[in-house]
Design a protein around this ligand. Structure first.
Ligand SMILES: Cc1cc2nc3c(=O)[nH]c(=O)nc-3n(C[C@H](O)[C@H](O)[C@H](O)COP(=O)(O)OP(=O)(O)OC[C@H]3O[C@@H](n4cnc5c(N)ncnc54)[C@H](O)[C@@H]3O)c2cc1C
Length: 310
């Protein structure tokens, strides 16, 4: 089994930055990630708040991050971590493809996964008309009618992005009012293609080989309405990707990992959590990157102390 000073779980802004800092500290490091970019790759409109880039697409920014990472001396595995254990002073990491790695320290930077709708047909039509990533799959819906579920900023930005591709876009919002910024609402209206439906409880995604309709209940009239369409994008928020770590960390009520904010260490010595996955309040690219840097330096300090104790 391969053994490392540090294993980083996640290839979003936090994990990538942790990787760059760890390599510069000459730590023997492995980064394991399901995908590169994390939520940044899902960003439908340009990013305007990352210093150095007044306006850049999520895909472009993450390509720059990844290129910077790959220039470092660091091992990278494209895989999903399924189990994390601590045996004596070593962490044992197991992946979906049954690989095992050993690490003296770990940084969990696994961020957030999209929150599922949990309605009939959702699992069945995933990849067959239903998607959680408009920037990844939007292009497949040229000239089609689609729905975006969720009337927050992510939902409106997804609809604005789709307005360059699709014929018609419904935004379905569960509450009586949408919560997206006024600016995003104005931009969506200006496209002339977006129709907002509020008080809509989605009940089912239907289709044969691919999605062909969506059923929702109008929460005011309690009537069930069927919308014929060819695509559904789910944009109802996200949830921390942390199940593999449950035996070694404490969580808050949102399943975010509790850390101590000087070093980002969890309750388990040598185990750190950086970025959106922890209980930190302001979840942004720049803050995730900052926490990735700080947690890698903290892991380095921890390893130095271990060495000096021997
Ligand atoms: C639609 C949208 C728009 C946004 N717009 C902005 C914006 O304009 N500006 C801004 O600053 N922020 C924005 N954000 C927030 C920002 O994207 C996040 O705060 C940031 O990406 C968090 O980075 P992270 O590295 O902590 O986690 P993530 O970006 O979630 O990355 C986590 C990584 O871990 C991997 N992973 C997950 N589980 C496992 C596992 N078990 N094993 C291996 N790998 C795993 C994932 O594949 C992913 O690569 C936006 C978010 C969304 C969803």
């Amino acid at each position: 089994m391969e053994s490392y000073d540090l294993i980083i779980i996640g290839g979003g802004p936090a994990g990538i930055t942790a990787g760059i800092y760890a390599a510069r500290q000459k730590l023997n490091t492995l980064l394991i990630t399901k995908s590169f970019g994390g939520q940044v790759a899902r960003k439908a409109v340009a990013i305007g708040n990352y210093p150095g880039f007044e306006e850049i697409s999520g895909m472009e920014l993450i390509k720059k991050f990844e290129k910077h990472l790959r220039r470092q001396k660091i091992d990278i595995e494209r895989d999903e971590v399924t189990k994390l254990k601590k045996i004596d002073n070593r962490f044992l990491v197991q992946t979906k493809s049954k690989n095992k790695f050993e690490g003296k320290t770990i940084i969990i930077a696994s961020g957030d996964d999209p929150r599922p709708l949990e309605v009939k047909g959702e699992k069945e039509f995933l990849g067959r008309g239903l998607s959680y990533c408009v920037t990844c799959d939007g292009v497949l819906f040229e000239g089609k009618t689609v729905a975006v579920i969720g009337g927050g900023n992510a939902g409106f930005e997804a609809a604005i992005f789709l307005s360059n591709i699709a014929k018609k876009i419904y935004i379905l919002e569960y509450s009586e009012k949408v919560v997206a910024d006024v600016e995003n609402q104005k931009r969506a209206k200006k496209t002339g293609k977006v129709e907002v439906i509020t008080s809509a409880a989605v009940k089912e995604i239907r289709g044969e080989k691919f999605v062909n309709s969506l059923v929702y209940q109008d929460r005011k009239t309690e009537k069930e309405i069927t919308l014929p369409l060819e695509g559904v994008f789910v944009e109802i928020g996200s949830q921390p990707s942390t199940s593999f770590a449950k035996d070694l960390v404490d969580f808050n009520e949102k399943d975010e990992i509790m850390v101590e904010f000087e070093t980002y260490q969890t309750k388990t010595p040598g185990l750190f959590a950086a970025g959106d996955v922890n209980v930190g309040k302001f979840k942004q690219i720049v803050t995730a990157a900052g926490e990735g840097a700080k947690s890698a330096l903290a892991a380095y300090d921890y390893l130095q102390k271990l060495k000096n104790e021997r």
